[in-house]
Design a protein around this ligand. Structure first.
Ligand SMILES: [Zn+2]
Length: 187
């Protein structure tokens, strides 16, 4: 089980879709999963900023992944790629972990932390149970490595609100810790 994490704008979705393409070229049977919560690109299409797109199976909030696949009669796969894996709950990540015992390769892509630098439930579980964890890096505008997805409203960084709020380039900016704290002291 692999977990590739990175801030917004670190090409996670593009990397996931390229990986799917490469695996399929080598004869692997790949399914792409995503949690229901991310409705940004329509219910069943996963789309990257550079224009790659692919149909995905959407797993409902808190639904069993294994039961959902059975219900849809999806049995013929040996590889699962997950986009936005941070939004799965602990049980759903454990189900993916369980599938690796049956010979399924699972590769999860997602954010590590939210806009307040706290772990998401899915990411926390992935950090605990994945065999291999890698970071997809992205720079802050100052040049340091970005580790926080700063949330913006009306051009200002905000430090209060719900953990999950779907949004794109206008709402979130990858940022290093120093720049994020500087904004916090001003706020
Ligand atoms: Zn910075």
């Amino acid at each position: 089980m692999y977990f590739y994490y990175g801030v917004m704008g670190s090409s996670k979705t593009a990397t996931a879709l390229m990986k799917k393409f490469n695996f399929e070229e080598h004869g692997r049977k790949v399914i792409l999963l995503k949690p229901y919560i991310d409705v940004r690109s329509g219910k069943t299409i996963v789309k990257s900023r550079i224009g790659l797109a692919c149909e995905a199976i959407v797993i409902d909030k808190d639904a069993s992944i294994i039961d959902s696949l059975r219900q849809d009669k999806i049995y013929d796969f040996d590889t699962i790629i997950v986009d936005e894996a941070q939004f799965f709950n602990k049980h759903q990540i454990d189900e993916l972990r369980q599938l690796t015992n049956e010979g399924i390769m699972v590769m999860c892509y997602g954010l590590k932390t939210d806009y307040m630098c706290n772990l998401f439930e899915g990411s926390k579980r992935l950090l605990e149970v994945a065999d291999s964890i890698r970071e997809l890096q992205s720079p802050c505008q100052c040049g340091r490595k970005a580790i926080i997805n700063a949330r913006y409203k009306d051009g200002e960084i905000i430090y209060k609100g719900e953990q999950i709020e779907i949004g794109g380039n206008d709402k979130y900016k990858p940022m290093c810790y120093q720049c994020w704290v500087k904004g916090k002291n001003k706020a």
